[in-house]
Each structure stands twice: as C-alpha cells, then as structure tokens.
Design a protein around this ligand. Structure first.
Ligand code: RP5
Length: 175
C-alpha cells in the first residue's frame, strides 16, 4: 500500500520530481505517483488526494511550477502532511512557485521545500514516516551517518593532501 503520494502539475515537472521518486525507492517506501493539475483537473486532484488519504496514505509531496497552487489545493482537501516543491519554470524561474507555496494562509499548512527541492521533499516524507516506523528510522539513521562519513572522508583527504590542510608542516612542504 502506498504511504507517500507524489503528485505533480504537469509532465514537464517530472525531471525534477523524479528525484523524489528515486529517493523514496532508495528507502524502500511504497508510493503512488500522479500527474494532476489544480487548475486543469481540479475535481480529479481533490478526489485523488481524498482517496489517497482515506486509504491510509500518510504524506503527500506535491510539485508545481508557475502560480503553483497544487500543494495548497491538495492540503485543503486532506488533513495529512503536504510537502510542496516549487519547480523552476517560466520567466520567474521558480520564485513565483516558491512564493505561491510558502505563503499559505493560516490553518492549512504546506511544508515548502527549496526551488526544485524534490529530493529533500522525499527525505522529509521519510522523516515523517520514521516517527512511527522503526525500519524506516534505522535506514534514515544509516543514511545520515553515511553523509557524515562522507564529509569526514573528504576532510581527511584534504588534510592528507597537504598544502590546504591545517598542518603547517604539510603546507610548508608544498610551498
Ligand atoms: C504548472 O504549470 C505545472 O506544475 C508546471 O510546472 C507548469 C507548466 O505546465 P505545462 O504547461 O508544462 O504543462 O501547472
């Protein structure tokens, strides 16, 4: 059963939203994915969101560009967390979408990611699921540790390279 719903306003959003799908797959999260438009297919959008939530869906990630009302419309239809992803498109390059999504009026929240931040949208969904799913939590902890290990390894490589590290003797050696 899909626990995360990923919805986007157009096929043109897919190259960005695909990063969310890939991240969910990496974490083994069952998801449903739809192209639905808040203005072109309003009734279908509301019906899909309500059905998804009624069937046990726990989080929705909604990506849209331009006057991006899809996340807000979805959030108005259901009472589960909605994560909005502003998509860079058109003359304003996603700033329009960012403002549309981030400025939700009080009472109906949408968690707004960075412009084109679909990957983080999926990670936030994973963090929400991890609150009550130990298996997902373990994967998340391992993912975070792997990130930390990568930074540590990068720093070690930098220190050992000399010239740029903090060790003055190595800096002198390369001078
Ligand atoms: C929005 O308008 C979509 O989310 C998309 O980002 C943008 C452009 O849509 P298309 O004209 O490419 O279908 O509704």
């Amino acid at each position: 059963m899909a626990v995360v719903g990923v919805v986007m306003g157009s096929q043109s959003d897919l190259p960005v939203m695909d990063k969310a799908l890939q991240a969910l797959e990496e974490f083994g999260i069952p998801y449903a994915v739809k192209i639905l438009s808040a203005h072109r297919t309003l009734d279908e959008t509301v019906a899909w969101a309500r059905k998804f939530a009624a069937e046990g869906g726990e989080v929705i990630i909604a990506g849209a560009g331009l006057a991006a009302h899809l996340p807000g419309v979805v959030a108005g239809a259901v009472a589960i967390p909605v994560i909005g992803v502003p998509i860079a498109s058109g003359p304003l390059n996603g700033v329009d979408s960012l403002y549309s999504i981030v400025q939700m009026p009080p009472g109906v929240p949408v968690a707004c990611m960075a412009i084109d931040g679909a990957y983080n949208g999926a990670l936030l969904a994973v963090e929400i699921l991890a609150l009550k799913n130990g298996e997902v939590k373990d994967k998340l902890v391992r993912f975070r540790q792997a990130q930390a290990d990568k930074v540590t390894a990068q720093d070690e490589a930098l220190q050992n390279r000399g010239g740029l590290g903090n060790d003055q003797s190595k800096r002198d050696y390369h001078a």
